[in-house]
Design a protein around this ligand. Structure first.
Ligand SMILES: [Zn+2]
Length: 185
């Protein structure tokens, strides 16, 4: 049977990692009941933040996306948390290849990925994964200005780099109306 590629996406503070953790935990609970499902989670070493929800999954940190394949052997469910840190074209392509290879081998792949950068534009890897996903779960945060559903991540501190490893203080969730376009690079 073919596997699947489920994309869990949305802005910052939308609970993407929590949703991934919930699904991984579910698999680990049933595996303790003697079922054959086994789950493992990977994340880029570049993401140095410590998130409670993420750490609960005990993720294996890998330098490159291709490192995932040998380590994923024997697992029926493979989670990838925050692959947008692999944003170089060849890295993003590698994430795509890894997800396809796993799914073709029958693995259930769960990917938690930001919907957009702070400019409201897709990450390269997000676009590639969107195109091969078999299921997409969109989570919204709450707009800190008006309380509506928030799908944008407004950067309120820091520079203009697309990738900025920061704590939650550098961003706040915004709805489509409250989001202000950052200056163009
Ligand atoms: Zn708003």
């Amino acid at each position: 049977m073919p596997g699947s590629i489920t994309l869990i996406t949305g802005g910052m503070f939308a609970g993407k990692t929590e949703e991934l953790a919930r699904r991984i935990e579910r698999v680990r609970i049933v595996s303790q009941m003697g079922r054959t499902e086994r789950a493992i989670v990977f994340k880029p070493t570049r993401d140095t933040r410590r998130e409670r929800a993420g750490e609960r999954m005990d993720p294996v940190r890998v330098e490159r996306p291709a490192d995932i394949l040998p380590l994923a052997e024997g697992y029926t469910v493979v989670g990838i948390d925050e692959p947008h840190f692999w944003n170089e074209p060849e890295e993003a392509e590698e994430v795509r290849r890894v997800c396809l290879a796993l799914a073709r081998g029958g693995t259930e792949v769960l990917v938690s990925v930001l919907n957009a950068d702070f400019r409201g534009r897709p990450f390269l890897v997000g676009g590639l994964l969107f195109a091969i996903a078999t299921d997409i779960v969109l989570r919204n945060a709450v707009c800190t200005a008006c309380g509506a559903d928030a799908s944008f991540s407004q950067r309120v501190a820091g520079g203009q780099d697309t990738l900025q490893v920061g704590n939650g203080d550098a961003y706040r969730p915004c709805c489509v109306r409250c989001f202000k376009d950052p200056p163009t690079a």
